[in-house]
Design a binder for this molecule. Structure first.
Ligand SMILES: [Zn+2]
Length: 85
């Protein structure tokens, strides 16, 4: 599902700024469309021009891999900040 969304542009192929990582708010994940419950970590990415998405931490990892398949040679400038930093 996440790969299809990257292919169709429903999920961006460019990463955005990692805006927040926090516990879920029961909002639907933009990857798998299931709610991100308060026991799970939610990653939110933002783009100044096109808004934001929220993903389960696992879905965010899948998205990061899949978008590289769509754009195999991203510049280093597009790499997200280290969420552990
Ligand atoms: Zn998800």
């Amino acid at each position: 599902m996440i790969r299809a969304k990257v292919m169709t542009g429903a999920l961006p192929s460019r990463t955005g700024a990692l805006h927040a990582s926090r516990f879920g708010q029961e909002d639907p994940c933009d990857g798998c469309e299931r709610p991100i419950d308060p026991g799970q970590v939610e990653y939110r990415f933002e783009w100044p021009e096109s808004g934001s998405i929220q993903l389960h931490v696992g879905c965010a990892a899948i998205w990061q891999v899949e978008r590289l398949h769509v754009r195999p040679l991203p510049s280093r400038d597009e790499e997200p900040p280290d969420p552990a930093a």
